[in-house]
Write a protein that binds this ligand. Sequence first.
Ligand SMILES: *Cc1c(COP(=O)(O)O)cnc(C)c1O
Ligand SMILES: *[C@@H]1O[C@H](CO)[C@@H](O)[C@H](O)[C@H]1NC(C)=O
Ligand SMILES: *[C@@H]1O[C@H](CO)[C@@H](O)[C@H](O)[C@H]1NC(C)=O
Ligand SMILES: *[C@@H]1O[C@H](CO)[C@@H](O)[C@H](O)[C@H]1NC(C)=O
Ligand SMILES: *[C@@H]1O[C@H](CO)[C@@H](O)[C@H](O)[C@H]1NC(C)=O
Ligand SMILES: *[C@@H]1O[C@H](CO)[C@@H](O)[C@H](O)[C@H]1NC(C)=O
Length: 874
Amino acid sequence: MLECPAAVTARMPAQGQEWRMGGQRAGFILCFLSGIIYLDHAGATLFPESQLTSFTNDLMENVYGNPHSQNISSKLTHDTVEQVRYRILEHFHTTPEDYAVIFTSGSTAALKLVAEAFPWVSRSPESSGSHFCYLTDSHTSVVGMRKVTTAMNVTSTPVRPEDMWSAEERGAAAGDPDCQLPHLFCYPAQSNFSGTRYPLSWVGEVKSGRMRPVSAPGKWFVLLDAASYVSTSPLDLSAHQADFVPISFYKIFGFPTGLGALLVNNRVAPLLRKTYFGGGTAAAYLAGEDFYIPRSSVAERFEDGTISFLDVIALKHGFDTLERLTGGMENIKQHTFTLAQYTYTALSSLCYPNGAPVVRIYSDSEFSSPEVQGPVINFNVLDDSGNIIGYSQVDKMASLHNIHLRTGCFCNTGACQRHLGISDEMVKKHLQAGHVCGDDVDLLDGHPTGSVRISFGYMSTLEDAQTFLRFIIATCLGSSGGHPVPQAGAGEAEATSAEGEAQDIPAIIGRCGLLTQEDALTDSGVCTDLSTAVNAMDLGPPLHEAARTQQMSLEKTTGVLDGDLGPHVVTNLYLYPIKSCAAFEVTRWPIGNQGLLYDRNWMVVNHNGICLSQKQEWRLCLIQPIIDLQRRVMVIKAQGMEPIEVPLEENSERAQICQSKVCADRVDTYDCGEEISSWLSKFFGRPCHLIKQSSNFQRNAKKKHGKDQSPGTTATLSLVNEAQFLLINTASVLELQQQLNSSDENGEEELFPMKNLISRFRANIITNGTRAFEEEKWAEISIGSLRFQVLGPCHRCQIICINQQTGQRNQDVFQKLSESRKRKVNFGVYLTHVSLDLSSPCFLSVGSQVLPVLKENVECYDLPASEKHQDVIS
Ligand SMILES: *Cc1c(COP(=O)(O)O)cnc(C)c1O
Ligand SMILES: *[C@@H]1O[C@H](CO)[C@@H](O)[C@H](O)[C@H]1NC(C)=O
Ligand SMILES: *[C@@H]1O[C@H](CO)[C@@H](O)[C@H](O)[C@H]1NC(C)=O
Ligand SMILES: *[C@@H]1O[C@H](CO)[C@@H](O)[C@H](O)[C@H]1NC(C)=O
Ligand SMILES: *[C@@H]1O[C@H](CO)[C@@H](O)[C@H](O)[C@H]1NC(C)=O
Ligand SMILES: *[C@@H]1O[C@H](CO)[C@@H](O)[C@H](O)[C@H]1NC(C)=O
């Protein structure tokens, strides 16, 4: 590979790494993907810049008309599309004589097409009907075909991978090759969950009747779901003549998306039924009569409407680029497998000082060869007592290290259940507890609801794998010990990572993994103590120390309430007029119907109208808004910029209302104009706009918070993520500070002054409580004469790692909080104002007394999963 992914921002001349592909020297990899380590190639792979440029050049130099017209430019399109069909077939070692290519919007659409067009025979008194069988490790889109078959009175049968062995016996026993009753068997060439590769030989075995997924007389057809497999492996359809092969091109090339194909074996093509006809599919039809003659070629019959012809042309450039950069799929297969095998070996041999493994890997193979295993590793991280650390937690930690991985069940419930040991009852119970596919409820009753997946693509490098391993080691040792990963914007102090550390990872495998096998023989335990190896890498204090601090802090936080709460007052008040920007401190401030007046009324959006947060743009914290109530303006300051003013209220004649999204809620907003837009664009060096929530628009809080509220009193929200007010308690911050202090061995400099720590939590109300985390036991509070309902804890994300004064990042804050709070990263509580008297103006003031009302049953304080609150900070 001689090229970087297209999203590269900087190419550094040094530190390049030589990597061999397929035994040949492939060049030097000098890619820094905006600092991101991308490990979700099975989700969507990356594309190189040259693929885009050759495609756009093609579009600029040629006119491609609608392929259904009769113009010369249409002819060019038609011919190019046909050429691409040919190219696709060639890629899969077959020809138009044997297979047809039907373009679809993706694998899922291809699967749906098969479900609808397959010549199913319904169950009836005369016939036992067709069977639809699918491997339980199939993708959701395969399992979903059973909705269609059930409606047609066709029996669907899930087959477990282990059942395929008895399939052979059933095949041998049944001897009626002549019966024409059609059955369909679907299986993935590679599991989208674990990367397991199932034998391609099943295609021939099932088609010939030597293997029968269920014992039924008839003729078996095979659908090979190759969507995941073909992104990192060649597929030879001349050797394995599956009847149907669905694919999605973004999984192979990264671009274009929204385009896939169904490859159909020509022998089955004439049997397919058409349930609908769209433009381009008819040879002739009558509008007034049920007369329709489809076109003869199977592609023309099934491609309803105009295909995405420009995207099809992009495929040509995809194939060209892939071949030019890698020399072909066989090389990609070897390269990606080598990386996965290396990572698997290292990962599976990592252990804590007490010998407990650091991860549990879900796989059916030992990564012995690319024939049985794709470049996918699925696992959960464990603590030193063998408890699973939830995947959302791992995901957040990974993003601190700029590592992009995939978590959840990967739309493959079957595989998820099998590997994680989740019963059908548990899935249903989880749903009742509020867990749906794709949310961040990662543990229920201590059981994982999903796992973590990393996957490699042709652009992946050894450095990616090693950075990932360093992340796991640093995280599981409980501290990154002053060696955080360098971040964009991080200062000198934090940019000290990793020169020459590339060599250390093999050293660890040497010590902990490969040595292990010998050690096991000499009965010194299954695995070697990792801490020595890691000390050598100087990644921080050994684990037992971290574990000790954790234990200490737990003892502290679980203290029992004794009623002696002491007098409590509000010590600081902050509002954040522009979401994600700096705080504006006040001592007395009016309360509006959405919280503190003008809190989060504005937000900065990118050129596409998407809200920016500190997660993508840390410099937002350097923008300082100041509200001047007298002059009715917001003054905005930033270093190196002239201050600028924005009126507090919209000019209702001029304001153009547009719609934006905040945390999945639709809000009406208006643009604050060109002047501020160019000011922001200049500061960030990219096009940005400032938008304000329209004052006529009412956004209601989600019902989950509205426990005791009657329908008439739903809280209304500004552009916040969750709730009207966020309160934190100084005692809790102090406890965190102690932990952060204790991790600093040199004790040299004051790393985290209170004020600095407090600002990271971006709260509105700060109180001087006595006990850390007592606020989580409150049900209601009064502040001065105002009453507030306590909605629950605020679930934190990586933004607390950002120093709000400088934008520097330090992962310790998140890591310490996560350790000390038993991996729940909650901090602070959400409040809603319960207004008793709407007529008189309300104010919050520093110095007002805080009086909490405790929850009735403080012992079982723990919110059910459905009440968990999401990332907050804006
Ligand atoms: C991705 C995938 C699909 C679905 O592909 P879409 O592009 O989402 O339609 C189906 N099966 C497998 C094995 C996959 O990996
Ligand atoms: C698995 O399938 C889901 C659903 O289509 C998809 O979003 C994801 O990218 C797939 N991952 C793979 C191919 O591993
Ligand atoms: C293509 O079609 C356009 C519009 O229908 C027409 O003006 C043009 O002459 C046609 N060109 C050719 C080469 O047929
Ligand atoms: C569906 O199958 C049942 C047998 O299981 C049969 O009695 C019934 O007639 C079938 N219905 C249709 C619509 O084919
Ligand atoms: C943390 O350390 C700083 C200086 O190193 C000190 O001023 C501060 O009081 C310490 N805080 C706690 C809670 O120990
Ligand atoms: C909080 O501050 C008030 C006023 O400064 C003081 O009277 C009170 O004792 C403080 N409470 C605690 C718990 O520190």
